[in-house]
Ligand binder design. Structure first.
Ligand code: GLC
Ligand code: GLC
Length: 816
């Protein structure tokens, strides 16, 4: 069953009933201020860091789910209802929620009263705007009371949920007219406060939660709203909230619009106070003056729309397959922006207090984002590299606010260093900016240890070369890409983290996946060396890569597929010799991506084995057979019940590796099949089972061993976004930035008769149309550039030059 539909013209997903199988959310905000916004107006917002600077409170794993957000209660002649459906679950005559690019709208009506909400974070300002319109569509005058409601978080979200002995005594607010200020801890070390304001005079307000709701009431029964009158309560300790009471008299046909602003304001240390005890409201005044009218809010929304139109104009797709076209052209890229911004910090599955920016995650997120805002990708690369250690290893995570490596998690994930090479190579291929290699970047956030980014790459490369085990394969450390393959952990203590527990380095446990990542990304390093005149280094790199490939050939092949690893006893993992976990997806996808076995039939065999043993209706599972028991020598992977997460779940992130690998073999039909199986738009009418948003990828779909096979979890924040975008845009549609220019090398299903793509690349626009009336899966007969044939070397390399001339170029490609 479907709960909505794609509106392709407006780039919105339209949800047509509020009781979706899970809250279906959107992200507001593009750079510093963010909001999570569900289809029933649930969620919360924060400035920069979801843990340290959270403006509104949100209770995860709550009952009922998704209670808490920005709510507007309406009281229409005694009839009390919530137009966003939650929290009262009001019966609505109409309901529609439209999630768009950085904004969401909710439209609903009841008894002839129409409610229209549009919520967004304007470009460059640190606030959420909620523009609300009430319209009387009935035949009689209406007397409406509207009550706004948000609940403040006392900034540090972790402390907010745990430290009640302190927090119940520190809450402070100020109220001035229609402006409610939340200033907890401002009296001491904070220099920021929140403001919740509306642009019209109010009849009253509340700032104390208990007064507003009633101690034993939920959000679904606020005493104040039923009573129809605010109490003008001033919070002192306990739980500060913000609620405005607005009275409106609406004649038939009449409407009223209000602009609510929820903002983050900062003052300079010396300018915190207007006078003793009264906060300096200058920054709030500036913000609220700017967004003081519906017109101003509309202009800000129009600017946001323009911004997204421009961004998504950098890569567009037109094809008969609308599901593919809307995912690749719009929603997949949108999700890439979100993963770039959030890493794995804040979603409806990530609490915003746990993980910061992941070293490997953020490098991979870049891959799907770099074409959108290359300058931001550049800055991110430098931030990430600064958390690398001088020996090339890296902090596994860093905090977005401080940009410092996270000591609690530490380092020791031996795949991490290589992802930096992968991210930087993608950036240079996109932009041609080799200058980034000369940027001075600290090691371990220590300026005294700064060296060029190139040296960072070298340390990454060398780290892998110098950390190999008995078979010449890379040592795995705490884990590789698969966080749950903890071969040096041997954990017996309940609750202990598999990733951060005192590890011993066996010097024996090795990863075939890291070897394959090295073989895939190493050549880019060698190429970068050559192109910057470092020929000796390039030769050394090529020799090291050749040695690694030999190690894979000698010790990483199991007969019909690639092995996954060797454990700390030197036993094979991912081998036909194993009882469970005979075959894994990751090493097979990556080895073939790296071109290993493509000349001798092993690549084909490996991918055929993946299909035979791991494929399901909903995607490719991570391993088979699932581990039934806990294996102390394997770690977390065997801790999950069969079919979930890394233990044979469909861990979507690695499916596009197989897709890309299939295109290496020219098998466009199969490549596309693996692409569509995990692609949410193709499962829109299966939403009761899949449950997650049909417009975004999820990290995991339950595998065939699980009870709920096909059910997705962890939507939004997953490397799946970047990798699927790479797989569809660069390998299936085949428009791929390379060092020399833009390569055109599609590998599509034979039934796809053509498609067109526009691509902005290094300052020029490429309007590419591909004709596949020949019905092939791969292969190019001719390429015309502005009417002239591409020939010679360039045609052999299938590579268009980087025109860099600010012009539009018409590219006609014929497959065959
Ligand atoms: C999660 C982590 C990612 C890891 C993956 C597989 O997505 O964020 O870093 O590679 O799980 O374990
Ligand atoms: C598991 C999760 C992964 C996370 C890791 C560490 O691997 O699948 O997403 O990174 O645990 O918490």
């Amino acid at each position: 069953m479907q709960y909505g539909y794609f509106d392709d013209n407006s780039r919105e997903y339209v949800i047509t009933r509020p009781d979706t199988p899970y809250p279906w959310i959107n992200y507001l905000g593009s750079e510093d201020f963010y909001g999570l916004f569900s289809n029933t107006s649930g969620g919360y917002c924060f400035y920069r860091d979801a843990r340290m600077l959270r403006l509104t409170r949100y209770r995860y794993n709550n009952v009922p789910t998704d209670a808490g957000g920005r709510y507007f209660y309406l009281r229409d002649d005694g009839d009390v209802w919530t137009p966003s459906w939650m929290p009262m679950k009001s019966k609505l005559d109409r309901y529609e929620c439209r999630h768009g690019m950085g904004y969401s709208r909710i439209f609903s009506s009841r008894n002839g009263l129409e409610f229209y909400q549009v919520s967004f974070v304007p470009l460059r300002d640190n606030c959420e705007i909620h523009k609300i319109t009430l319209k009387n569509e009935s035949k009689i005058d209406k007397y409406i009371d509207m009550f706004s409601f948000i609940e403040f978080c006392l900034w540090n979200a972790n402390d907010d949920m745990t430290n009640f002995q302190r927090n119940f005594s520190i809450g402070e607010v100020e109220v001035e007219g229609s402006r409610i200020y939340h200033k907890t801890e401002y009296r001491e070390r904070r220099n920021h406060y929140a403001v919740w304001a509306v642009n019209v005079p109010v009849a009253g307000f509340d700032t104390d939660r208990q007064t507003f709701l009633g101690l034993y009431n939920g959000f679904d029964h606020p005493d104040t709203v039923f009573k129809g009158e605010s109490n003008n309560s001033i919070a002192s300790g306990w739980a500060p909230i913000g609620s405005h009471h607005i009275k409106a008299r609406l004649a038939p046909g009449e409407s009223q619009t209000y602009v609510f602003v929820l903002g983050y304001c900062e003052n300079h240390e010396n300018e915190k106070w207007e006078r003793s005890g009264t906060i300096n409201k200058k920054p709030a005044n500036t913000l609220l003056e700017k967004y003081g009218s519906p017109d101003a809010a509309d202009r800000a929304l129009a600017a946001l729309n323009e911004y997204w139109k421009n961004l998504l104009g950098r890569f567009t797709v037109d094809a008969e397959d609308k599901k593919m076209a809307r995912m690749a052209g719009v929603w997949n890229q949108y999700q890439c922006m979100v993963t770039f911004n959030m890493s794995r910090s804040a979603s409806y599955f990530e609490s915003g207090i746990g993980r910061g920016m992941g070293f490997r995650d953020s490098n991979q997120d870049l891959l799907g984002f770099v074409h959108l805002v290359p300058e931001r990708a550049r800055a991110r690369i430098l931030d990430i590299a600064a958390t690398q250690f001088p020996d090339g290893s890296a902090y596994h995570q860093y905090q977005p606010l401080t940009k410092r490596g996270n000591n609690e998690v530490g380092s020791g994930f031996n795949d991490d260093p290589l992802w930096l090479i992968c991210g930087v190579a993608a950036y240079i291929k996109e932009t041609g900016d080799y200058g980034i290699l000369d940027e001075k970047v600290p090691f371990d956030n220590n300026e005294a240890l700064a060296d060029t980014l190139f040296i960072h790459l070298k340390r990454s490369f060398d780290y892998t070369v110098t950390h190999t085990g008995p078979h010449g394969l890379p040592l795995i450390g705490r884990a590789d890409w698969n966080d749950c393959l903890n071969l040096n952990c041997f954990s017996k203590t309940p609750g202990e983290s598999f990733q951060t527990t005192a590890n011993f380095e066996s010097g024996i446990a090795e990863s075939v996946l890291i070897a394959a990542i090295f073989a895939f990304t190493g050549p880019d390093y060698a190429e970068i060396c050559r192109r910057t005149g470092r020929n000796d280094e390039a030769q050394y790199a090529e020799k090291s890569i050749a040695a690694m490939i030999e190690a894979i050939n000698n010790h990483g092949w199991d007969g019909r597929w690639f092995l996954r690893a060797y454990d700390a006893h030197g036993k094979k993992i991912g081998s036909r010799e194993c009882e469970d976990g005979k075959i894994f997806i990751e090493s097979n996808g990556f080895a073939v991506m790296a071109g290993i076995g493509t000349n001798d039939g092993r690549a084909q065999l490996a991918l055929d084995s993946v299909k035979e043993h791991l494929d399901t209706k909903y995607g490719i599972v991570l391993l088979q057979p699932a581990y039934k028991d806990y294996h102390i020598e394997l770690g977390e992977v065997s801790s999950y019940p069969p079919g979930y997460k890394e233990n044979a779940g469909i861990f979507c992130h690695n499916n596009p590796w197989v897709t890309i690998a299939e295109t290496k073999l020219g098998r466009g039909n199969r490549a596309f099949e693996t692409y569509t199986k995990i692609c949410p738009a193709y499962r829109e009418d299966d939403s009761d089972l899949r449950r997650m948003e049909p417009y975004v990828y999820a990290q995991m779909v339950a595998g065939k061993d699980a009870v709920r096979h096909g059910e997705a979890k962890n939507s939004w924040l997953t490397g799946t976004a970047a990798w699927t975008f790479v797989s569809i845009s660069q390998y299936i549609l085949g428009v791929r930035p390379v060092f020399d220019g833009l390569m055109i090398d599609p590998c599509i299903p034979s039934t796809m008769r053509g498609f067109s793509v526009t691509r902005r690349f290094r300052g020029a626009d490429y309007h590419i149309s591909v004709d596949n009336s020949a019905g092939v899966e791969k292969g190019i007969k001719s390429i015309m550039i502005d009417g002239n044939p591409l020939d010679g070397e360039a045609l052999k390399k299938l590579t268009l030059p980087a025109f860099g001339d600010g012009k539009v170029h018409k590219i006609d490609v014929v497959m065959g």
